[in-house]
Design a protein around this ligand. Structure first.
Ligand SMILES: Cc1cc2nc3c(=O)[nH]c(=O)nc-3n(C[C@H](O)[C@H](O)[C@H](O)COP(=O)(O)OP(=O)(O)OC[C@H]3O[C@@H](n4cnc5c(N)ncnc54)[C@H](O)[C@@H]3O)c2cc1C
Length: 383
């Protein structure tokens, strides 16, 4: 059982996940075994309050835990972030009846939940019309449309879905779109829900990600998390786009690649200089991230953990950290490939996989300013 990021059990779990990551990439299928192991080690408890059976780690502990897991297996860790996103939205909502119903089984790993929310944040924003529409019906809402990106939809008992409120909804469409949105914890066994075949992906393919379609799905009020309201994604608690979580995973992936270079460097002096430079950039960035998450932690959490915020300059913004984390992940993984040479280009070598996985951070929950900054860096335009 892992009860702190310093636990030797975290090292043991990570060693097993890293070992299994090779096969997971070669034969991408849902990592049920990896997730079961995480459940047995208590990983799902980290994110949930004790009253629901969790350990309620503070933000700094979570960042350290995520960093270690990401260095071991980015696919499993990414799935855990989507699961956690759903848990946070449920735990942070005002629908008190929903919490005892869903959270204890999520904390123990008995059930799985995920999110389909990006169509209100980073996906389909240019279309100007909702992809998932909700109409008010007596006692609840009727949903029609699709959620374009849902990780682990087929494995999920619950999907936290975001929808836009419309009026006059029928199979032919709707008469008008309101500026209100809602979030629902939708049970996947409701009639009218179909999880599409997972998309073929260039990395994290075993995450089993794809659209979920909804046709006249009637969801009662009891599953309501928030809304209908304007800017529902800004309400309550939950990881936002460009959050520290996504940056932590990118930095963790970079660390795996740098560790590989460090091991090679013990036999190859020419690797010492680039490895040391990347390692020092990693350490600095991770230190800044830990300071930033600790600064944002609740006073109660800080008191419980004994954490005292350090003095000094104010922490960098979430977006600047994410941009630097993306950049480091791309450069460190490609440096590891260069160090691994042709052997690294052969399927099965981790360096090639890390390079593909680093590309994921250019597109996953990536706010437009971060994507723009990464593109400028790639274009050689310095600010
Ligand atoms: C592997 C993976 C797993 C994911 N898992 C989840 C998940 O579990 N839950 C979740 O909520 N989200 C998830 N996401 C979604 C993710 O966070 C982003 O929202 C998503 O990557 C955005 O990509 P998009 O193609 O939908 O973007 P869009 O902005 O919809 O772009 C799609 C296409 O539209 C065109 N386009 C874009 N902008 C414009 C414009 N301004 N004008 C004209 N054309 C334009 C471009 O051709 C672009 O390729 C996942 C994404 C990936 C890749």
């Amino acid at each position: 059982m892992i009860t702190s990021p310093d636990s030797p059990d975290l090292d043991a779990l990570c060693a097993r996940l890293a070992e299994m990551a090779v096969e997971l990439d070669r034969q991408p299928r849902w990592p049920a075994q990896q997730l079961r192991l995480c459940g047995e080690y208590g990983v799902f408890e980290w994110f949930i309050e004790p009253r629901w059976g969790g350990q309620d780690w503070n933000e700094e502990q979570l960042a350290r835990g995520y960093h270690a897991l990401a260095a071991a297996c980015i696919t499993t860790t990414f799935i855990i972030t989507q699961r956690t996103g759903a848990c946070k939205r449920i735990a942070g909502c005002e629908n008190e009846a929903l919490k005892p119903r869903l959270l204890p089984k999520l904390a123990s790993g008995e059930t799985f939940a995920t999110v389909g929310i990006s169509h209100l944040t980073t996906s389909r924003q240019h279309l100007g019309k909702p992809v998932l529409a909700a109409q008010t019906i007596p006692g609840g809402f009727r949903l029609n449309g699709m959620s374009p990106w849902v990780t682990g939809g087929a494995a999920a008992d619950t999907i936290v879905l975001a929808a836009t409120l419309v009026t006059g909804l029928s199979e032919a469409g709707y008469s008008s779109v309101t500026d209100e949105q809602l979030l629902l914890a939708v049970p996947t066994d409701l009639p009218g829900i179909s999880v599409a075949e997972p998309l073929p992906l260039i990395g994290v393919e075993a995450s089993s990600t794809g659209p979920v379609h909804l046709r006249d799905v009637e969801v009662s009020d009891e599953w309501l998390i928030a809304g209908p309201m304007r800017h529902v994604m800004a309400s309550g608690v939950g990881a936002g786009t460009g959050s520290y979580e996504t940056s932590t995973l990118a930095i963790g992936l970079a660390k795996a690649a740098i560790d590989f270079m460090a091991d090679e460097a013990t036999r190859r002096a020419d690797l010492e200089q680039p490895m040391t430079a990347l390692l020092s950039e990693h350490d600095q960035l991770f230190e800044e991230l830990l300071a930033a998450v600790a600064a944002g932690d609740s006073p109660a959490h800080r008191q419980a953990s004994g954490h005292r915020p350090k003095g000094g300059p104010s922490p960098p913004s979430k977006e600047s950290l994410r941009q630097r984390a993306n950049s480091l992940a791309l450069r460190a993984t490609q440096a590891s490939l260069a160090a691994a040479k042709g052997s690294g280009y052969v399927v099965g070598h981790p360096a090639g996989r890390w390079c593909r996985e680093a590309l994921f951070f250019l597109v996953w929950s990536c706010p437009q300013p971060v994507a723009a900054a990464n593109m400028c860096e790639l274009a050689g335009i310095l600010d």
